[in-house]
Design a protein around this ligand. Structure first.
Ligand SMILES: Nc1nc2c(c(=O)[nH]1)N[C@H]1C(S)=C(S)[C@@H](COP(=O)(O)O)O[C@H]1N2
Ligand SMILES: [Mo]
Length: 201
C-alpha cells in the first residue's frame, strides 16, 4: 500500500491559504482604470486633508516627500478575481499624515479623492494603526502613472478598488458615503476574505 503523497501528482504549490475564495494568482501587475490616466506633475501635485467640507492641511509634493517613509509587503486582491502576492510598496502611513497635521482620526469614515474624479469610502479604522498608506513607490521604483503615480492610496486588506490611484486627498466624514464604484454596485466595505464584491454580498 502506498499513500498518495508519495506517488501522486506534484503538489499544488499555490499557497491557497493566502488566496481568498474566487480569486486566482497572477504574476504580473494588471492595470485597471475607469477612465484615462491623468498626468500630474510634481509642481501641480497637492494632497489635502479635510474634515467634512473644512480643509485642515495641504501638502506640496516636496512637503509630502519629507514625511516619514514606510515599506510594506502585502498581498493584493482585485474584485475582477486576480490576486498578487508579496507586492512591495513604500510611502507615507496614514498615521504619519495625521500626525503631521496634529490631528487624531476625527470621524468614523473617510472618503479618498483622486485627480481623475474617482472616490472611494473606507472606515477610518481601516486606514490607521499601520493598515494603509499613500504609496509613492512600487517594487523600489517611483509609482508608474498607470498604477496611480505619483501617489495612490494602498489599503491592501480590502479589494483593490479601495486603493484610489492619483490620490489628492482624504476627507473625514461622519457617515459612510459611497464612492465611485460603491455607487455603481460594488460592496460598501469590500473584504476579499468574505467575498464582499457587490452591494448585497
Ligand atoms: N483614481 C482611480 N483609482 C482607482 C481606479 C480608477 O479608475 N481611478 N480603479 C480602481 C480599481 S477598480 C482597481 S482594481 C485598482 C487597479 O489598480 P492598478 O491599475 O494599479 O492595478 O485601482 C483602483 N483605483
Ligand atoms: Mo477593480
Amino acid at each position: 500500500m502506498v499513500t498518495r503523497g508519495f506517488t501522486g501528482r506534484p503538489r499544488n504549490t499555490e499557497p491557497t491559504d493566502r488566496i481568498p475564495p474566487g480569486q486566482h494568482l497572477v504574476d504580473y501587475f494588471p492595470v485597471l482604470s475607469a477612465g484615462p490616466t491623468p498626468h500630474i506633475t510634481p509642481e501641480k501635485w497637492r494632497f489635502t486633508l479635510k474634515i467634512g467640507p473644512r480643509p485642515v492641511k495641504t501638502w506640496t509634493w516636496d512637503e509630502f516627500n519629507a514625511l516619514p517613509m514606510t515599506k510594506m509587503v502585502r498581498d493584493i486582491h482585485c474584485v475582477t478575481t486576480w490576486s498578487m502576492l508579496d507586492s512591495q510598496w513604500e510611502g507615507v502611513l496614514i498615521d504619519d499624515i495625521l500626525a503631521d497635521a496634529y490631528i487624531e482620526p476625527p470621524t468614523p469614515f473617510t472618503l479618498a479623492h483622486s485627480f481623475d474624479g474617482y472616490s472611494t469610502n473606507v472606515p477610518t479604522a481601516d486606514l490607521v494603526t499601520g493598515k494603509a498608506m499613500v504609496a509613492l513607490k512600487y517594487a523600489g521604483k517611483p509609482l508608474e502613472r498607470d498604477h496611480g503615480g505619483p501617489a495612490r492610496l494602498l489599503v491592501p486588506h480590502l479589494y483593490f478598488w479601495k486603493s484610489a490611484k492619483w490620490i489628492n486627498g482624504l476627507q473625514f466624514t461622519e457617515r459612510d458615503e459611497a464612492g465611485f464604484w460603491e455607487l455603481r454596485g460594488y460592496h460598501i466595505y469590500g473584504d476579499p476574505w468574505r467575498e464582499q464584491r457587490y452591494t448585497h454580498d
